[in-house]
Write a protein that binds this ligand. Structure first.
Ligand SMILES: Nc1ncnc2c1ncn2[C@@H]1O[C@H](COP(=O)(O)OP(=O)(O)O)[C@@H](O)[C@H]1O
Ligand SMILES: [Mg+2]
Length: 297
């Protein structure tokens, strides 16, 4: 009897907890860039690890299906990947692993078809699985692919928030502008933020953002807030070679502190307090819509 009561109490506490979690706000931030190799994965991991240190529940999804490498940079070897969820009926619970640095990871295998190119039924399965599973997290950080191909753009356009990573090279700036331009053509464009990476100084990052914003103001009539600046630092490459996040490999280093500032920006953003950033579940709804309309196939 006592046991029965305890079990009932535990059950109702658990269901209250899950309702609370399910109804609390889910942030979904996709990390993108026009040009490849500018630091998207490094930023996704840095942002996720800082948020996890502040006790948020964070899931990183590796959605760079062409060059998936979040698992490598985090030093983990997942048994199953997103492709097993889609093609092998693996429950998402089994594919998601915890990492020693706080965030959970849903890894991918490289060279797989793009997320929105996988066909309606399979995409629907993935979207439903993720939607069901995402309720336990505060943040989904999605490490996306570079470029402005139709499928990549539809994917990012579905995200409520996109952090556009830009490096200080003319090609990176122009490609970032092209990505921003196509994303803004959507009826409900994502909230865009800039992360300036691999710059020589913080000042150079600010100047780069100002240059890019000059162009976006002139041609698109918008100014994009700067989420943070991360200077070029050898600690980043060394951390990747050691298969650790830079915050674990070189805590207190300049890039580790700068990535924490990026996370602080997202965690404390005033736009969110005003409710301007939609709940992360919008991402799944929009991805499902892409499936229904047959876009990107
Ligand atoms: N702030 C930085 N300082 C030094 N090297 C960096 C920095 N950011 C990225 N890199 C290097 O750039 C390369 C690409 O980074 P990565 O995060 O994998 O880019 P992406 O995901 O955009 O392809 C990595 O080898 C990394 O060592
Ligand atoms: Mg990457």
């Amino acid at each position: 009897m006592v046991n029965d009561q305890a079990a009932t109490l535990r059950q109702s506490a658990a269901s209250e907890q899950s309702t609370e979690r399910a109804s609390s706000r889910l942030r979904c931030i996709a990390v993108g860039s026009g040009k490849g190799g500018v630091g998207k994965t490094m930023v996704s991991i840095g942002l996720s690890c800082a948020l996890a240190r502040w006790k948020y529940n964070v899931l990183i999804i590796d959605a760079d299906l062409g060059l998936a490498n979040v698992d490598l940079q985090l030093g983990v070897d997942p048994l199953y990947t997103l492709q097993d969820v889609v093609f092998g009926s693996c429950p998402v619970e089994e594919a998601v692993i915890s990492t020693p640095y706080g965030p959970d990871l849903l890894a991918s295998s490289s060279g797989a078809p793009e997320m929105v190119n996988m066909g309606g039924a399979r995409r629907e399965l993935l979207v439903n699985e993720l939607m069901r599973f995402a309720g336990r997290y505060d943040y989904l950080i999605i490490d996306g692919a570079a470029g402005i191909g139709q499928s990549i753009v539809s994917f990012f356009a579905a995200a409520p928030e996109v952090a556009v990573v830009v490096a200080n090279e003319p090609t990176s700036i122009m490609d970032a502008y092209s990505l921003i331009k196509v994303l803004r053509q959507n009826p409900q464009p994502p909230a865009l933020r800039l992360v300036l990476n691999m710059v020589r100084t913080l000042g150079e990052g600010e100047q780069l953002a100002a240059r890019l914003n000059l162009i976006t103001r002139k041609f698109l009539g918008i100014e994009i807030p700067v989420a943070g600046v991360v200077p070029y630092d050898f600690a980043v490459g060394n951390a990747i070679r050691a298969r650790k996040p830079v915050s674990a490999y070189a805590p207190g280093s300049v890039p580790a502190r700068c990535l924490e500032e990026v996370a602080r920006f997202f965690a404390t953003e005033s736009a969110l307090r005003r409710g301007e950033v939609p709940d992360g579940r919008v991402f799944f709804e929009k991805l499902a819509e892409i499936g229904a309309s047959g876009q990107g196939e």
